[in-house]
Design a protein around this ligand. Structure first.
Ligand code: SAM
Length: 238
């Protein structure tokens, strides 16, 4: 059974609405998926829920959809942020994709001393998050925060949000035990370092923050992208 195309849109969604699609969405439906007039699609926008829709206009200059029934009301994801040091292309997209599938509510790239990659292509990473959200049937797309240095992020950190810093060899506290000590819906975040790990002064800085809990993901030394996935998978399984 072919699954119905799911599309993230920015427009407001309500039954009976008649929406003009932007160029990228129109191109995707008509030229990538080759949908014809009357074809069924599913739309979501990160705030109104998920709606059935049909391709109602497929003209040279415009593509429109007729919005039908609400299939699922909006439900915000668990309030978990993923803070991650940028790593090289091809692997950083893996972090974005898996974090989106695993329900991260926000993605925060963090520049650390040992980062080999010192910038991110935000537009490309946002496209990966959007595609992953469309595929995994999320009702929203996690926003990507601007790249910022670790100390700036910590200085502006919301005190009520617990930050689980994944620090191999620095602690024996398993992430699962640390998570179970938190109230169920408490806001939280995971922090994962770059390929070379955190510098000693960064580890000291993190350990000195009252809102930071250093955690272990087990005996092995995981790749950064594996650590990000593992940390979110443990949280999602709770
Ligand atoms: N410092 C590591 C080494 O000695 O090879 C390299 C860092 S590791 C490749 C990348 C990141 O994944 C680390 O900064 C940490 O955030 C996370 N990580 C990897 N294994 C971990 C573990 N067993 N427990 C907690 N965090 C881990």
């Amino acid at each position: 059974m072919t699954s119905v195309a799911r599309l993230y849109v920015t427009a407001d969604l309500k039954s009976g609405a008649d929406l003009a699609l932007d160029e990228a969405a129109a191109h995707y439906l008509r030229h990538v998926l080759r949908l014809e007039l009357g074809a069924a699609v599913v739309l979501f926008n990160g705030r109104d829920g998920e709606f059935a829709a049909t391709l109602s206009v497929a003209g040279k200059r415009e593509t429109r959809v007729a919005v039908g029934d609400c299939l699922r009301p909006f439900q915000a994801p668990r309030d978990i942020w993923l803070c991650f040091a940028p790593i090289r292309q091809g692997r950083i997209e893996f972090i974005i994709e898996k974090a989106t599938e695993l329900g991260a509510a926000r993605l925060l790239p963090v520049l650390t001393k040992r980062c080999q990659v010192r910038q991110v292509n935000a537009q490309r990473l946002e496209a990966h998050a959007r595609e992953a959200a469309e595929q995994c049937e999320r009702l929203d797309v996690p926003p990507l925060a601007p790249l910022q240095p670790l100390d700036a992020m910590l200085n502006a950190w919301p005190q009520e949000r617990r930050l689980f810093a994944c620090l191999e060899r620095e602690t024996a506290t398993p992430l699962l035990a640390a998570l179970q000590a938190l109230p169920a819906a408490a806001p939280l975040a995971m922090l994962v370092g770059p390929e070379g790990g955190f510098a000693p002064e960064e580890i000291a800085l993190l350990k000195a923050k009252a809102f930071v809990t250093p955690v272990s993901l087990g005996e092995g030394i995981l790749r950064a992208e594996t650590a990000a996935l593992a940390a979110l998978a443990v949280a999602a399984a709770l």
